[in-house]
Design a protein. Structure first.
Length: 194
């Protein structure tokens, strides 16, 4: 396998695609923004921001490899949806058959010496389909960014009136997570990131 490093501290064999396709976005929004060429970059930005906050790729299932420090017999894989653990080595020794694991990413090792980078785990993680609540959140964020661009929205000279777009008021546009964003994503956030 040809593993590639991710920003989340593990490697994947395959491409990490956006959490929503352009076609899915248009279907969810009734084609309201079909002619706007900013949609794909807004989808990419929202996908990256949500994944960063959650600490892993979320969807789709990918073969993953993570290297963990030893010292604890109970470790957590960077996924809240593990579907297979294919290989576990501790200091180069295969212990796959002696391990227990859960879908939520907990892995119990038969032993774990206190050595840095002692444990290497290959597993399959990620939801088969992007969860509907995350897809809706991406669509909502993209719609918000497209409909309410960053910056001044209205300006009046007589008696000086100025209005700012909601994304300008919120701070960072697609890079900012609101409290409702964080609440919606909390079920997919890794424990060690919390």
């Amino acid at each position: 396998m040809a593993y590639v490093a991710t920003a989340w501290g593990y490697e994947v064999d395959g491409d990490v695609s956006p959490l929503l396709t352009l076609a899915e976005f248009h279907e969810m929004t009734g084609g309201k923004f079909v002619s706007d060429d900013r949609i794909q970059s807004a989808i990419d930005a929202a996908s990256a921001r949500f994944r960063s906050w959650c600490g892993w790729h979320i969807a789709t299932p990918l073969s993953c490899r993570v290297t963990l420090d030893g010292g604890e017999r109970r470790v957590w894989l960077p996924s809240t949806n593990v579907t297979a653990v294919t290989s576990v080595t501790v200091c180069g020794h295969d212990v796959t058959e002696s391990c227990q694991w859960s879908r939520m990413g907990e892995l119990r090792l038969p032993y774990s010496p206190d050595v840095l980078s002692a444990v290497v785990v290959e597993y399959v993680g990620g939801y088969a389909d992007v969860p509907l609540d995350i897809a809706a959140l991406v669509a909502d964020r993209v719609t918000h960014e497209i409909a309410l661009p960053f910056g001044v929205q209205q300006e009046t000279a007589g008696n000086v009136s100025i209005s700012y777009a909601a994304s300008a008021i919120n701070g960072q546009g697609s890079t900012h997570l609101t409290a409702s964003d964080r609440a919606a994503l909390s079920a997919y956030r890794l424990w060690e990131v919390r």
